[in-house]
Design a binder for this molecule. Structure first.
Ligand code: PLP
Length: 383
């Protein structure tokens, strides 16, 4: 190509110079960022074979890309699934998992009442419009889940490994049993636990969903989502959602998330240890009436004695180290007020029913020195 290019006009050479070199013989130790929207082949026959699925390869990044593929393979491996597909955000992944369960007009979904607010809204606002009916129940009350499932015959059950913001831990094996009794598929959002703490597919869950924006990325600088399935059969549906709906993960984000995965264990160990220490420290605090810490994970939720929005805001505004931010799972400690953020769209009475009181503050504990985190929270509590 280089020699041929020499005889061409500079205007042409500018476009093609240096491009499409043979891949280096040496294997890069880290996955390169394949920032290419399309891929070419020496012959049309070859490209035709790739399009036909007769030959492995890439043709267009919305259909697949080596950097995104590396992340998908990493997540398939870590969750011990059969296939994985990455999407632009966690919500795109939740949407894809629901579509992969073949929901259609008349289908019934039984969802945890404690799901992330946008997931609940997706089911109620978007899927309802297409004739899918969603009923919610408290998944920590297994008898209630079993009874409701028998009554409504759901096609799909949806729950989170650790719920938001009250941090209820799901008894995955029991919920798998209920799903099986009803021949329903089970989707578990494993964002709060990550495959480092829980691998739901190993217990019989059908599809695991992640917001990779959280612990997997871990640095608040990227967004992404992943679905991992226990069954190779789901591959076609998951990839077809990616191709046709188009919520494709960017290659730069895929690279950031792949990089994040490498330190997940180290971050999680420190974050979980810090969360336990913070929860223990706050348990007896006179300005706190209740500490929610399930003994697993790196989130702690506290209920302030001044159980008002103003009290929660005063505490949060007084923090000097912990960051007020609408996310979790980052290397820094962050705080969120569920009543005005993740659960803002619920009516006050529904929030009350769910236990999301005005004085509730969720803390995503970071990797900083625990002494500094505790000092910051304690000084803010007495303001
Ligand atoms: N699932 C859970 C449990 C979440 O907390 C979130 C976001 O906060 C999502 C899904 C959605 O992820 P994203 O913001 O990447 O779309």
């Amino acid at each position: 190509m280089a020699n041929e290019n020499k005889n061409r006009d500079l205007k042409t050479r500018l476009v093609h110079a240096g491009e499409r070199q043979a891949p280096p013989e040496a294997q890069p130790v880290a996955t390169p960022i394949y920032a290419s929207a399309t891929f070419t082949y020496d012959s049309m026959d070859e490209m035709d074979q790739v399009f036909a699925g007769e030959k492995q390869g890439y043709v267009y990044t919305r259909y697949g890309n080596p950097t995104i593929g590396a992340l998908e393979e990493a997540m398939r491996d870590l969750e011990e699934g059969a296939t994985a597909c990455a999407y632009s955000t966690g919500m795109a992944a939740v949407h894809a998992a629901l579509l992969a369960c073949d929901l259609r007009a008349g289908s019934v979904v039984l969802a945890s009442q404690d799901l992330y607010g946008a997931t609940t809204s997706l089911l109620h606002n978007v899927f309802t419009a297409f004739g899918v009916k969603t009923t919610t129940v408290d998944f920590s009350d297994l008898a209630a889940v079993r009874e409701k499932a028998r009554e409504i015959h759901p096609q799909v059950l949806v729950v989170e490994t650790i719920s938001n913001p009250l941090l209820k831990v799901c008894d995955i094996e029991a919920v798998v049993a209920i799903a099986r009794e009803n021949s329903a598929r089970l989707i578990v959002d494993n964002t709060f636990a990550t495959p480092y703490l829980r691998q739901p597919l190993k217990h019989g869950v059908d599809l695991v969903v992640h917001s990779a924006t959280k612990y997997l990325g871990g640095h608040a600088d990227t967004m992404g989502g992943v679905v991992v399935s226990r069954d190779e059969f789901d591959r076609e549906a998951l990839f077809s959602v990616m191709k046709l709906v188009g919520g494709v993960l960017g290659v730069w984000d895929a690279h950031q998330i792949l990089r994040g995965l490498k330190t997940l264990a180290v971050r999680m160990d420190r974050q979980c240890e810090n969360a336990r220490a913070l929860a223990n420290r706050l348990n007896e605090h006179e300005r706190i009436t209740r500490v929610h810490f399930p003994g697993v994970g790196a989130l702690v939720a506290i209920e302030l004695r001044d159980n008002t929005k103003e009290g929660a805001f005063r505490f949060m505004d007084a923090l000097q180290l912990c960051v007020r931010s609408t996310s979790l799972g980052d290397v820094f400690t962050s705080v969120l007020h569920p009543a005005t953020a993740s659960h803002r769209d619920l009516t006050p009475s529904r929030r009350q029913e769910l236990g999301i009181v005005d004085g509730l503050v969720r803390i995503s504990v970071g990797i900083e020195s625990i002494d500094d985190i505790v000092a910051d929270v304690e000084q803010a509590l007495i303001k």
